[in-house]
Design a binder for this molecule. Structure first.
Ligand code: 9WN
Length: 445
């Protein structure tokens, strides 16, 4: 069975090297992001992994998503981590004994067979499922892959659209920076500053056993992450009282892209996709209405707990992160928004194709910019893959081709680094990182 999953790979081509990274990180039912730093299954990582893995083993790509969705909660949420029971508790923090999904998540219907976290990550899964299906439709149909995935993916989107519309304007809010996936982005500095951290000595950070402290979030950040997660857990993982509630452009754009993918999945299964397409259009309009800032030339995050002119609607956070560029993946954006976004990607704040080869995670001119610190400046491969896709969707083929070449060059040159210095391309964080290998594989096809 393992042999069928893992076709042997030989040679030194980029394809072979990337496939070997994914084989090395495969645990039998899913892929760890990195053997050292992240020894469990992560939600959006698995979606990106499946997108690349489909070119090497469509069966394993299907299994990757099936394993993740098997850990879905009864309320529809797909947890951001599915824990591997054979990994020691002290290998990653926060571990299952922190989240206590089986007890604290009982009201929300956490699974009993597997331990998970209680927060979520960006919903790239329906898009991934559709792309995985297309890699081998015969295998997918024979295994009933989409027929089994569809109800779970629908419930996942339902959870987000109904339980997470905390601003009442149609968009989804994240209640923790880990949910959005760009953990210590300067976009979170303002809403996080209001959170009282737990004392630093009350937890032990396993990440510092593997990562350079200067490349990782600070202890103060962690104190706040822990406070928010513990409060959410104590509330039984029910929304409502969230002290941190932010509408993020990338999270919502990925939901919309996935909603369009769900429309195509529905049609493949013989159902109608029209209502989902219409929802995608409505959500795109809400995204523009609530998060577009024409002066900044990008989408911004809306801090629902911050101050602003309309009570309960918070205000836009004046920081340019790569998240604000991700809506480029949406086909239905107004033309003026697309033209402005493309100018912003090329302009001094991100300087793509000029001073940077991959898209930095944060504004090069921003006061918090740091080329080495995690999501405060370094360029990541998943966001560059999304931007490559976005530029291509918008007909910016030359730019998209250049970005694709840069992703492939730097993925190989850095041994599939987790992130890189956006100016020099120097590897930072872990190497042998799964989504870097997977998304390079995807761009090779
Ligand atoms: C917390 C696994 C994950 C990614 C996130 C990235 C990082 C975790 C951490 O690693 O977050 O979820 O421990 O720092 O920020 O995007 O999914 O690769």
């Amino acid at each position: 069975c393992e042999i069928a999953y893992d076709p042997p790979v030989s040679g030194t081509s980029l394809r072979a090297r990337a496939a070997r990274v994914l084989n090395g990180n495969w645990t039998g039912g899913s892929t760890v992001p990195s053997r050292s730093l992240y020894p469990h299954q992560w939600s959006w990582d698995s979606a990106f992994v499946a997108i690349g893995l489909r070119h090497v083993s469509p069966l394993r790509a299907q299994t990757e998503l099936e394993t993740l969705l098997a850990a879905q909660w009864a309320d529809g949420r797909v947890p951001h981590i599915v824990f591997n029971p054979s990994v020691p508790l002290d290998a990653y923090f926060p571990s299952p004994d922190f989240w206590r999904s089986a007890t604290a998540g009982r009201v929300s219907g956490a699974p009993r067979t597997v331990q998970t976290s209680g927060i979520v990550q960006p919903p790239v899964h329906a898009l991934a499922a559709w792309l995985v299906h297309r890699a081998d439709p015969g295998l997918s149909r024979a295994r009933g892959f989409l027929a089994r995935m569809y109800p779970r993916l629908s419930a996942w989107h339902r959870y987000l659209l109904h339980r997470r519309d905390l601003g009442g304007g149609g968009l989804v809010s994240v209640v923790h920076p880990w949910e959005q996936g760009m953990d210590n982005s300067p976009c979170w500095d303002e809403p996080l500053a209001r959170i009282t951290p737990v004392p630093a000595h009350s937890f032990r950070r396993a990440d510092l056993d593997h990562g350079a402290p200067g490349d990782r979030p600070t202890d103060l950040d962690y104190g706040r992450y822990v406070r928010l997660a513990a409060d959410y857990r104590e509330a039984g993982y029910a929304e409502g009282g969230a002290e941190f509630a932010v509408e993020d452009p990338a999270f919502n754009a990925l939901l919309i892209a996935s909603e369009y993918a769900l429309a195509r999945i529905a049609e493949e299964l013989g159902a109608a996709g029209t209502a989902r397409r219409e929802r995608g259009e409505r959500l795109t309009a809400a995204l523009v209405e609530r998060l577009w800032d024409p002066v900044a030339g990008t989408f911004l995050c809306r801090d629902l707990r911050g101050g602003g002119p309309v009570a309960g609607q918070g205000g836009l956070i004046p920081e340019r992160g790569v998240s604000g560029l991700v809506p480029l993946v949406l086909p239905g954006l107004p033309r003026v928004v697309v033209a402005t976004l493309v100018r912003t990607v090329r302009g001094p704040h991100f300087s793509l194709g000029d001073r940077t080869r991959l898209v930095p995670s944060y504004d090069l001119l921003g006061k918090a910019f740091d080329p080495h610190c995690y999501w405060r400046g370094p360029a990541w491969f998943n966001t560059s893959w999304l931007l490559e896709r976005g530029l291509r969707v918008q007909g910016e083929t030359t730019e998209a081709d250049a970005l694709r070449d840069a992703v492939l060059d730097l993925a190989g040159a850095t041994s599939f680094a987790e992130y890189v210095d956006p100016y020099t391309g120097e590897a930072r964080g872990a190497t042998g990182f799964s989504w870097t290998a997977a998304l390079a594989l995807d761009l090779l096809h």
